[in-house]
Design a protein around this ligand. Structure first.
Ligand code: ATP
Ligand code: MG
Length: 656
């Protein structure tokens, strides 16, 4: 009934309502962080569905991560619009490719390549080109970039020069390697992650019957975070649309943080040119952050340069004033981590829930220090890559084991002697290497243990709520929750990279390591790269609803020579610093605080400085900090979806 649809519009401001009710034709929302873009499109879909204008199954909502997709599905269900497809470009394409492969190409879809970097290394060997590890990684990055920009090997040189790419080797060599890599892939009968999109595009382009079939299913398209769409994703979107233009995109050019992978805000900024009749809506009211946080965000943007910056929109906070951001300088990184942990402890003691606190850093290699400090302070934390609870590899693996046991359990000696549901779950999980006692230490091992412990707790709660429930019932419940992404509460402080914090928000945010060389990161050299680093900091600042702690340290290790200075992006913004215009920032109440140094009298560093990083996809420890540019280990594709996880898991099991 229309009345019930109107209820969905409550809680939207007039501009957001305009977005929500413009259900036909092209719509473009250009707006800054925290202005309710994601909320507006979610309510738009719900409104359309409840008003009977949109068929749930005819809507495809595209989000940036599987986590965001899960969140949107959950929100839509709450708003009474279940059944809408919310996916990443990759996961939508993969589904279509798997479905249409037999018809379009014949046979079964090839395996996805598991060790892409190894394949590039093999290609290099075949070309008799010697690459060191860094060159290998950068070459892989170049091949990925070429593919998402639909650049064939022969065109790589000129295209890379035009895009201002810094090729790790002579561009002719990269082109040769790229061609050899493609050959080798074909020879071995595998496809890579970019191929999923490329092949889907090719099939939709060549096969009108298949394109029509896809188009008849999806009538309405919504894309969140459109500023980070790659040319290849854009092409796919165009093919899905065909001649139609029921497309709603939302984005913030100032939050473009994936252009190193070929993404570009041009599609967002040129939307009106491509779609002359488009409804363009700008949102400037910031509902997320206090005026103090918004002031800093606006200050960062005011110094930005380049095309994205030309389109910046000043944010206007809708919230009550809150505390000034706190700036703290530390002597070294462990001291900074300890300082942050101490403040987190105070906040927790003052009653702020752990789930409302995040510590955000530039590279995953920084996480180890913070994990250690939080663990030392007895503070529970979750290291967040792009995964939600049910997306975590260990939880997926456990889910598969539980499903197997539920199906074949009565044959299975595993469950012998396990009389109640929680014991059965424990028995299955011990088959996966889980122990009732937590492992010593912290880090990824502990985190995996915590995830499985949360599953055991869930089994307890479930059995208590539903006496007599079987393992099969529990598996059904897990599936249901996985679909709705209602994770059992693993309460902990969030540790995340700035990239993976995109779209999220917390009451309290610690931005750590805000020093030259960290942000901007050392390898950001060109003006464009520096601007992207600035945007990354803007993304970080705008994650905070209320409390923002910004810190940096002068040296990496205790006793190390202080050779760092605060990030240039804070110049003119942090208290006491002078900006480009020669003005000195007035600063908040406390000015810049001096953090304590590593404990006086403790001469030797408590922990050896290891460079440890964690793959944002599978969570595995990786040892090459350079890989942090891609934030993932050699084995993992850049974005993951369900099918890929399964394959990766199978492959790992095969190797084991
Ligand atoms: P980002 O650019 O970081 O992705 P966004 O523009 O997508 O941000 P949302 O995440 O949709 O912003 O909204 C930010 C916060 O503001 C959320 O907590 C949301 O619930 C709240 N919010 C948005 N619009 C309104 C509104 N009209 N009234 C009250 N709260 C709102
Ligand atoms: Mg959003």
């Amino acid at each position: 009934a229309p009345d019930s649809a109107d209820a969905v519009l409550d809680g939207l401001d007039p501009e957001q309502r305009e977005v929500a009710t413009a259900l036909h034709g092209p719509v473009c929302v250009l707006a800054g962080a925290g202005t309710g873009k994601t909320r507006a499109i979610t309510h738009r879909i719900a409104y359309g569905v409840r008003a009977g204008i949109l068929q749930p199954s005819s809507v495809l909502a595209v989000t940036f991560t599987n986590r965001a997709a899960g969140e949107m599905r959950g929100r839509l269900r709450q708003l009474g619009a279940a059944g809408v497809q919310a996916r990443t470009f990759h996961s939508a394409a993969l589904r279509q490719l798997q479905y249409f492969w037999p018809k379009a190409i014949g046979g079964a879809m090839p395996r996805l390549v598991d060790r892409k970097v190894q394949l590039v290394a093999d290609a290099a060997a075949a070309c008799r080109i010697r690459l060191d590890r860094g060159e290998l990684r950068d070459t892989t990055g170049e091949i990925e970039w070429a593919k998402v920009t639909q650049t064939v090997p022969a065109d790589y040189g000129p295209a890379a020069a035009k895009a201002g790419r810094e090729a790790p080797r002579d561009p002719a060599e990269i082109a040769q390697l790229y061609a050899a890599y493609e050959d080798l892939k074909r020879e071995r009968g595998v496809i890579d992650f970019e191929d999923v999109l490329l092949l889907t595009v090719a099939i939709l382009q060549d096969r009108h019957d298949i394109a029509e079939q896809v188009r008849s299913q999806y009538q309405h398209f919504v894309v969140d975070e459109y500023q980070d769409v790659s040319p290849l994703q854009q092409r796919l979107l165009e093919l899905w649309l065909g001649e139609r233009d029921n497309l709603c995109v939302v984005g913030d050019a100032s939050q473009t943080i994936y252009s190193f992978t070929g993404a570009t805000p041009d599609h967002l900024l040129d939307f009106r040119i491509r779609h002359p009749g488009a409804t363009v809506v700008k949102l400037v009211r910031d509902y997320r952050s206090t005026p103090q946080v918004v002031h800093l965000a606006n200050g960062l943007l005011a110094q930005a340069r380049g095309r994205a910056a030309d389109h910046r929109l000043e944010l206007i906070s809708q919230r009550e004033p809150g505390p000034e951001p706190v700036y703290t300088e530390y002597t070294d990184e462990p001291a900074e981590a300890e300082g942050a942990a101490r403040r987190v402890r105070e906040l927790l003691d003052s009653g702020i829930p752990a789930a409302e606190i995040a510590v955000l850093f530039r590279t995953n290699s920084q996480s180890e220090t913070y994990e250690q400090a939080l663990a030392d302070a007895g503070i529970p934390y979750q290291l967040r890559g792009a995964e939600r609870f049910f997306d975590r590899p260990e939880v997926r693996k456990a889910g598969i084991a539980l499903r197997g046991a539920a199906r074949f359990g009565g044959n299975d000696s595993l469950l012998d002697g396990a009389v109640d549901l929680p014991s059965q779950v424990r028995a299955v999980l011990s088959g996966e290497g889980w122990t009732p006692e937590p492992p010593a230490g912290s880090g990824a091992v502990r985190e995996r243990w915590e995830s499985l412990a949360a599953l055991v707790n869930l089994a307890h709660d479930f059995a208590a709520a539903k006496p007599g429930a079987t393992l099969g019932d529990l598996v059904a419940e897990l599936d249901e929750r996985a679909n709705a992404q209602h994770a059992p509460t693993v309460q902990g402080v969030t540790l995340a990279s700035l990239h993976s914090a995109k779209g999220l928000e917390w009451d309290v945010v610690f931005l750590v390591g805000v020093a030259e060389g960290m942000i901007p990161i050392t390898y950001a050299r060109t003006d464009e790269q520096i601007e992207e680093e600035r945007r990354l900091l803007y993304v970080g600042v705008t994650r905070a609803r209320e409390h923002l702690h910004v810190s940096w340290s002068l040296a990496r290790s205790p006793g190390g020579r202080p050779n760092r200075r605060p990030s240039r992006f804070l110049d003119g913004l942090r208290p006491g610093s002078t900006g480009a215009a020669g003005r000195t920032a007035a600063g908040g109440a406390g000015g810049v605080e001096r953090g304590h140094t590593s404990r006086p009298g403790v001469a030797a560093p408590r922990r050896t400085q290891r460079t440890v990083a964690r793959c944002r996809v599978c969570g595995r420890t990786i040892t090459d900090p350079g890989e942090m540019k891609l934030m993932r280990c050699d084995d993992c594709p850049s974005d993951m979806d369900e099918g890929l996880y399964e394959r990766l898991r199978e492959w790992r099991a095969e190797q084991a």
